[in-house]
Design a protein. Structure first.
Length: 316
């Protein structure tokens, strides 16, 4: 009796594990929280020698089997490349740039990670869905599922990917519970497992760096030997990065000036010019009610008309 091998038919053997479809884009594993993914990604980007699951577990305190689920997503998002040993990884140029930024501080590291991920398929998808304003979590998850061409059973991975984007600062949670695209968003603190590694900032992150890492087409950087794995800066000191592109920031409403002076009252040193000269930002109008906005418009129109009349040609 002859048997038909899988090589002859081209049918892969059953392994009990769901396989990616031919057009399906990779999303992070649902077996880790977003903050744990971030811890492992930063540890992998900080590696000097090729690292695998065991080395990442030592660096982060997360189970080795679970750590091994993270690098493939990090590699597909441009931060890692394959090492010369099986199941090992090295940071790419982008990954080393992110690691150096995290060495300076968490805020700088998150800003660097945002800058390196803003061209990925998942960031483009969320930014496009939020172009008209905040969107519900379900709406963004559905958008990620469609963009990744994933089957329904991978919906948990889409939720983790969205949580990861919130943790990095690419997406912010509005008071209504909806999500909005915003680079450098404000977050509440969510400490990672074990109380170590990367947390989530409360304030808008300052610019990470004034330099930009050149990203050549080939990013493989295998060392000459596979010695003991280590973590730390991977480039010699004194080598500056290229200039980073400046990113536009959305102005927030100014906080009201402290003091006991009530609104609408003028102090003895404060004249009309001192009130009119400082610019009023559009974001400041959010503190006004609709009636007050209309009132302000009416007053400004009247002041403009009177000023034009006062500065006009003298009538004889």
């Amino acid at each position: 009796m002859s048997t038909v091998s899988t090589r002859q038919t081209g049918t892969p053997p059953a392994t009990g594990r769901a396989r990616l479809g031919p057009q399906e884009r990779l999303m992070p594993s649902p077996k880790l929280r977003a903050d744990q993914h971030l811890l492992v990604i930063v540890a992998a980007c900080s590696a000097v020698d090729p690292v695998g699951a065991a080395e990442l577990a030592t660096a982060t305190g997360i189970d080795a089997k679970t750590c091994g689920l993270v690098p493939v997503f990090a590699m597909n998002s441009g931060l890692l490349v394959k090492g010369h040993r099986r199941a090992t990884y090295l940071p790419s140029n982008k990954g080393r740039y992110v690691a150096r930024a995290f060495a300076r501080g968490e805020a700088a590291g998150l800003e660097a990670l945002r800058s390196k991920w803003k061209g990925q398929w998942f960031t483009r998808t969320v930014k496009e869905r939020c172009r008209h304003g905040a969107v519900s979590r379900e709406g963004l998850v559905a958008g990620l599922m469609v963009a990744s061409r994933a089957e329904r059973e991978r919906i948990k991975q889409a939720h983790v990917l969205l949580d990861l984007m919130v943790a990095v600062g690419l997406v912010t949670v509005e008071t209504s519970g909806e999500l909005q695209w915003f680079e450098g968003a404000e977050h509440t603190d969510t400490p990672p497992a074990g109380g170590q590694g990367v947390g989530i900032p409360r304030e808008k992150a300052p610019p990470a760096d004034t330099h930009k890492e050149p990203d050549p087409g080939g990013e493989a950087t295998d060392p000459a030997g596979g010695g003991t794995s280590g973590f730390g800066p991977t480039d010699p000191p004194g080598q500056p990065d290229g200039p980073e592109q400046p990113q536009a920031s959305v102005p927030h409403p100014r906080t009201e000036a402290g003091g006991s002076q009530a609104p609408g009252e003028r102090g003895p040193e404060q004249d009309l010019l001192s009130l009119l000269l400082p610019p009023v930002l559009l974001a400041d109008l959010t503190r006004l009610t609709p009636t007050e906005v209309l009132e302000l418009h009416s007053h400004l129109t009247a002041v403009t008309a009177l000023t034009a009349k006062l500065r006009g040609h003298r009538v004889t």
